[in-house]
Design a protein around this ligand. Structure first.
Ligand code: SF4
Length: 352
């Protein structure tokens, strides 16, 4: 497992962020928040997909006023995303578990003070959400939309809140490209111990967002940076969660779920390995036990991989072996292998 840099722990609803808490996965709905039924439906979908914390946009008072009805129908911690209008933050703070603002775009200090007071009264944190594309003018002019500009903005906003006696803070530093995002988080990490919310913003469609997030978030996670994260995808809600969980798993930040080792296939293959692995992946999505499994196309590497796997398939010509902890437990025809493999995986998941 990776060695995480120790951060201050905060709480968003029932989810701890920072310290030794597991890295949580966040997402955002795309319905109009004032449409309570649609927003609740999307939040429930995200919850089912494995999301830990959900954020909703609050651009108008109608959206802020809908938060109570939404909150009553969900069990995920709820974050309100607010820009410019402090009155929306004051209304949202009565109900939600965290407020995301940029103190710099709220305006007069007295308004931020009111938001801080409202959050203090309910013991809810504030996320300082810095985006390269919307830096305060002073930092944009001095640094451009650079990592240095993002860090300067974050430090300014942190001090803003600290001067008001508020330290229940988490921070995000998002740019739409990997290089600036990684540079900004790296620059800010040694300067304070607040938990970081990781993300590459406006990352694009599933294909590009997955690659950008895997490189960016994966790099930071491997360096021990990051306490909670969102993968932004122009696509369906559940995709963000699937990709985020896979990044956590494959970077070693989480051991939850199946680690599937499968060969790329080559001219030696005598079976439909692609269908078999797709089938296995779809049918084992729900399993959270940390199991290593391997599905290999022929005996060349199958036995070696199976020796380190909890459950394995080694395909041959028209038949193959199912192995558990390196021991052969069944020799079956090709079409029987996946069923037996899955039943062994489910048994081990129950026992673990
Ligand atoms: S395990 Fe066999 S089929 Fe798969 S890539 Fe290696 S040699 Fe080819």
């Amino acid at each position: 497992m990776i060695q995480r840099i120790k951060t201050k722990q905060i709480r968003v609803g029932g989810v701890l962020i920072g310290g030794d808490a597991p890295i949580s996965v966040q997402s955002m709905t795309y319905s109009k928040t004032r449409d309570v039924a649609a927003t609740v439906e999307q939040i429930k979908r995200l919850h089912f997909a494995g999301c830990d914390i959900v954020r909703v946009a609050v651009p108008e008072m109608e959206d802020a006023l809908a938060l109570r009805a939404i909150k009553e129908q969900i069990s995920l911690p709820l974050v309100a995303d607010i820009h410019f209008n402090y009155r929306l933050a004051l209304e949202a703070a009565k109900v939600v578990d965290c407020i995301r603002i940029n103190p710099g775009n709220i305006g007069e200090k007295s308004r931020v003070k009111d938001i801080v007071k409202a959050c203090q009264e309910r013991h809810i944190p504030i996320r300082i959400g810095v985006n390269a594309g919307s830096l305060e003018k002073i930092f944009d002019t001095r640094y451009g939309q650079s990592a240095e500009g993002m860090v300067a903005s974050a430090e300014y906003n942190i001090k803003f809140l600290e001067d008001l006696g508020f330290s229940d803070i988490k921070i995000s530093l998002k740019a739409s490209d990997v290089e600036r995002t990684v540079a900004a988080y790296r620059l800010l990490r040694p300067k304070n111990s607040y938990p970081f919310h990781l993300g590459v913003t406006e990352a694009g469609t599933k294909f590009h967002a997955t690659i950008k997030s895997a490189i960016g978030l994966g790099t930071l996670l491997l360096e021990g940076i990051g306490d909670t994260m969102r993968v932004s995808i122009t696509g369906e809600l559940e995709e963000e969660i699937t990709v985020a969980r896979a990044i956590l798993k494959d970077s070693g930040a989480s051991s939850e779920g199946l680690n599937i080792i499968s060969c790329p296939t080559c001219g030696r293959i005598e079976a439909d390995l692609v269908s078999a692995v797709s089938d296995i992946e779809a049918r084992t999505k729900h399993i959270t036990a940390p199991l290593n499994v391997s599905v290999m196309g022929c005996v060349v590497n199958a036995i070696g991989e199976a020796a380190h796997a909890d459950v394995a398939i080694a395909y041959g010509k028209g038949s193959g072996l199912v192995m558990v902890k390196g021991d052969v437990v069944a020799k079956l025809s090709e079409h029987e292998l996946v069923e037996r493999f899955i039943s062994e995986v489910e048994r081990m998941a129950k026992e673990s």
